[in-house]
Design a protein. Structure first.
Lengths: 327, 262
């Protein structure tokens, strides 16, 4: 029996890996042959970027239960950090992109750690307000950053960032983010994170250092946001503080709630669908009612919340994301 | 203090503003004892539990566990030292599986670090296997092994109570605090519970302190009873001694009419 299930697990694993590779290959071919044109390539990459960022917020909010409205700020920190490093380096290659992304992630993580220590003792709505405050502060800092580092552009926006993000990078990083998140939540530290969401007092009473795990979830989630921000900077080659204000935090929150709290699959689907619908409606709708897309999409939100209050996946996962415990 | 002392509380005070929830509280519990803490509603029993487990910090006084001061520690540190508890209104990780509820309580025993968790290293696999084994072992003892994959909130009330005790025991604590374990149970469930408490004490070599309102439980299993009223200890002794103590009767029933006339 054990051997049988082991073999079955191995074959599913191989199937999943094959699927991931083939899916990539198909998209890559379509892109190289311009069947998917540059405009749509950029949108697909943006969907991947949003996926990584939203997975980070799902770790913070969905799994650890810490309500954060400042996610776009960490995204912005990652974006500016990576753009700053690569733009000031005056040369660009793949190696530098890796350094930029890592630096963006780490810097977002460090800031999350520093800001998390004092505010993570707050609960639910209060934490939401505090993170919102942090988001607004960061927006002001981005707006005035040119006073210290002229290269960051401040409220005029940062231009001339090398465009280095391509589909392969985004795909690879989405893949890693999903694997890291899946492995993390199916481990002892991951279960400790979830226990904090379930009942903080009970988890303290069984020896879980809730402060430590709340901070851990917050920092790792923010690192994801920072890396996503780095990809974003080198995707559009232009950064503006407006792209990191608290409305953008709400977009990410939307994706997490729509997809289903604590569901990796849900976040992936919701992020991709959200980006594609916003852009897709632009193409599908006739010119005359183009502005109605901003009505159609909130209507969709309301309908989804009425008919599927737990989100599209509500805590469930695709089969291949199920963690197989060794017997 | 001798070597057998598990818990020694001296001159413990806790004020909430002007309210003396616990005042000048003293208690010593020896190894392997089963002590009951009783008193009318609002006497401060649960506050004492919260002070021992670090949920509240004392206004003054000392709490020593196995000779070491614990009143300045955080709740999770106290739990890791070997003092665990259950709650008056059950606090499970209600949307997680029965197995996960117990596994979480074992997590700090094996700290393999985040990197091992993310890369699912060999160290991770063997540690996880051990956690699962230990957890299932405890669930087996509580008759919950067949329920391991079920979601905790779907269990019947009695089993939720048992799961909460199982969760408190998986890390092999030395002192177990039970806050009204028999609340909401019917007579036959109470009988099972009393047997269970005796069983776990011997099996896990435990010292137990329990709060209970059901006199049947207190008188049936406790070797020693401490009675509280208005935050103070008013009496203590063997169950039969307590029952006839006029101070205890007064706390529960009020003064007799003859005294009232005087």
């Amino acid at each position: 029996m054990i051997e049988k299930s082991y073999i079955k697990n191995q074959t599913t694993k191989i199937k999943v890996i094959l699927f991931i590779i083939i899916f990539y290959a198909v998209l890559q071919v379509l892109m190289s042959t311009q069947i998917i044109n540059n405009y749509w390539q950029q949108i697909i990459c943006f969907a991947g970027v949003m996926t990584i960022s939203a997975l980070g917020l799902n770790l913070i909010y969905g799994f650890t239960g810490q309500f954060s409205l400042g996610h776009a700020a960490f995204f912005g920190i990652g974006a500016y950090t990576s753009a700053f490093i690569i733009k000031t380096a005056h040369f660009n290659n793949t190696f530098l992109l890796i350094i930029g992304l890592i630096a963006g992630g780490i810097f977002a993580g460090v800031i999350a750690f520093l800001i998390g220590l004092p505010i993570l003792r707050l609960r639910s709505d209060y934490l939401g307000i505090a993170t919102l405050g942090f988001g607004i502060i960061m927006k002001v800092i981005f707006d005035n950053a040119d006073a210290v580092f002229p290269v960051l552009g401040g409220s005029r926006g940062m231009v001339g960032i090398p465009q280095m993000t391509n589909f392969a990078w985004v795909y690879l990083l989405v893949f890693f983010t999903v694997i890291i998140l899946r492995n993390l939540i199916n481990s002892a530290p991951g279960r400790a994170l979830i226990s904090v969401r379930e009942d903080e007092i009970a988890s303290e009473s069984v020896g879980v250092n809730t402060t430590k795990y709340k901070t851990l979830g917050f920092v790792i989630g923010s690192i994801f946001a920072g890396v996503a921000g780095g990809l974003y900077a080198h995707l559009y080659a232009f950064l503006h503080p407006q792209n990191f204000d608290f409305l953008k935090s709400i977009d990410v929150l939307l994706i997490v709630v729509l997809g289903g709290m604590a569901s990796i699959s849900g976040t992936i689907i919701a992020a991709v669908v959200w980006v594609l619908i916003l852009e897709g409606l632009r193409v599908v709708l006739p010119e005359a009612i183009l502005d109605w897309r901003l009505v159609i999409y909130p209507l969709l939100l309301i309908l989804i919340m009425i008919f599927r209050p737990g989100g599209i996946f509500s805590g469930k996962e695709f089969k291949f994301l199920h963690y197989q415990e060794k017997k | 203090m001798n070597n057998d002392t598990v818990l020694a509380i001296t001159n413990l005070n806790r004020y909430f503003g002007g309210l003396k929830a616990v005042s000048n509280f003293n208690m010593v519990i020896n190894k392997h004892e089963l002590v009951g803490l009783i008193g009318p509603n609002g006497a401060g029993k649960t506050t004492v539990f919260n002070l021992i487990t670090g949920m509240y910090s004392p206004t003054s006084g000392s709490i020593k566990f196995l000779g070491e001061e614990i009143s300045n520690l955080k709740p999770h540190q106290i739990a890791q030292q070997g003092v665990t508890r259950t709650f008056q209104n059950i606090r499970l990780f209600s949307s997680l599986s029965v197995l996960d509820n117990v596994r979480i309580a074992y997590h700090y025993k094996i700290d393999y670090g985040i990197a091992h968790a993310i890369f699912h290293s060999r160290k991770f696999s063997s540690a996880e296997k051990l956690i699962k084994e230990k957890s299932l072992e405890v669930l087996e003892l509580f008759g919950l092994a067949s329920r391991a994959e079920e979601i905790a909130k779907n269990l019947p009330y009695g089993e939720q109570r048992r799961l909460e005790i199982a969760r408190a025991l998986v890390s092999k604590p030395q002192l177990l605090l039970l806050d009204e374990p028999a609340a909401g149970m019917n007579p036959s469930e109470i009988k099972n519970l009393m047997e269970l408490i005796h069983f776990i004490r011997d099996r896990f070599n435990l010292t137990i302190l329990l709060i209970e309102h059901q006199m049947r439980v207190v008188m049936g299993i406790c070797e020693r009873v401490v009675v509280m009223d208005f935050g103070e200890v008013i009496s203590q002794g063997r169950p039969e001694e307590i029952q006839s103590d006029p101070k205890v009767i007064e706390a529960y029933l009020g003064k007799t009419t003859t005294e009232w006339r005087e």
